[in-house]
Ligand binder design. Structure first.
Ligand SMILES: C[S@@+](CC[C@H](N)C(=O)[O-])C[C@H]1O[C@@H](n2cnc3c(N)ncnc32)[C@H](O)[C@@H]1O
Length: 272
């Protein structure tokens, strides 16, 4: 689905999202455990409509459908929690779900005007490596399809962020025992670790002395009975520019046989 109809469905889904309804959809374990991975295969996903057969989330690309499903599954139970969304852009789904579930939503995005101050309960300017809030402010910090961009150059004057600095900053503003939830498409775009689907390297960002309960959800990693999905050509064209530390053959192999999927990285900040 494309264009105006797609936008209308996406908006409608955000406007009508109900925590009670999505809690019902996602109440049973929806994954199969494989070490640190939780695999959500399309064929057994609660959002799979076997009659069609298709994903019952009707808007967006295949990985965007997974992003909507992952938000429904992970952000529906935040009553009383103070949450921070990094890179909130214009998609209101997570914000609406959190507010309706009784949580507080605050956002920072470097795409916002610099003079737009971020305050608790409101969105404004902020950078993943420089979050304008005091230590130990939030119970939950999350980002939807933004993680993969932190390590990219934003403009000629702003160098790419170091992921280690962003993770350190997140730890600073997260309360002890607080959680993180970051999703990102693999084999799609962004920093080279995401294009190459290098989950091992991404996992290293979660220092075990500071984080616990680290889980990586793999959405659409097993896409059957649905179709393989690769990004559009204009995204594929920039892969060689972005990917500089991996062999060329590895990129070619992904382009030939790979399929884009969505990873969500979840962890808890250790107490003390
Ligand atoms: C692809 S958009 C996703 C927006 C929204 N989360 C969504 O899913 O529709 C990425 C967003 O992340 C923001 N962003 C990128 N790097 C960032 C950083 N280092 N700190 C804060 N926001 C960032 C961009 O300005 C943009 O709004």
């Amino acid at each position: 689905m494309r264009g105006a109809k797609n936008s209308i469905y996406k908006r409608w889904h955000s406007l009508t999202i109900s925590p009670a309804k999505v809690r019902r959809i996602w109440k049973h374990p929806y994954w199969v455990e494989a070490g640190i991975f939780h695999d959500i295969s399309c064929g057994t996903c609660p959002r799979f409509d076997a009659e069609k057969p298709a994903c019952s989330i009707v808007f967006g690309s295949p990985t965007r459908k997974c992003a909507a499903a992952a938000i429904e599954a992970n952000l529906n139970d935040v009553a009383e929690k103070s949450t921070l969304e990094i890179g909130f852009g214009t998609w209101a789904l997570a914000r609406n779900l959190i507010r309706r579930a009784g949580g507080t939503w605050t956002g920072v995005d470097l795409g916002q005007p610099k003079e737009s101050e971020s305050r608790i309960g409101k969105g404004g300017y902020g950078h993943a490596a420089d979050i304008p809030f005091p230590d130990s402010t939030f119970d939950l910090i999350f980002g939807i399809q933004t993680f993969e961009h932190w390590g990219q150059r934003v403009n000629p004057y702003m160098p790419p962020s170091r992921y280690e600095d962003c993770m350190q900053e997140i730890l600073r503003v997260l309360k002890p025992g607080g959680s993180i939830f970051l999703d990102a498409p693999m084999h799609f775009h962004g920093n080279e670790m995401f294009i190459m689907g290098d989950v091992d390297k991404l996992r290293e960002l979660f220092d075990d002395s500071k984080w616990e309960d680290v889980v990586v959800e793999r959405w659409r990693h097993k896409y059957e009975p649905l179709e393989r999905f690769l990004p559009p050509q204009h995204e594929l064209d920039v892969w060689p520019e972005e990917v500089t530390s991996y062999p060329k053959e590895q990129i070619e192999e992904i382009q030939k046989n790979g399929s884009a999927w969505l990873a969500t990285f979840k962890a808890r900040k250790r107490n003390g």
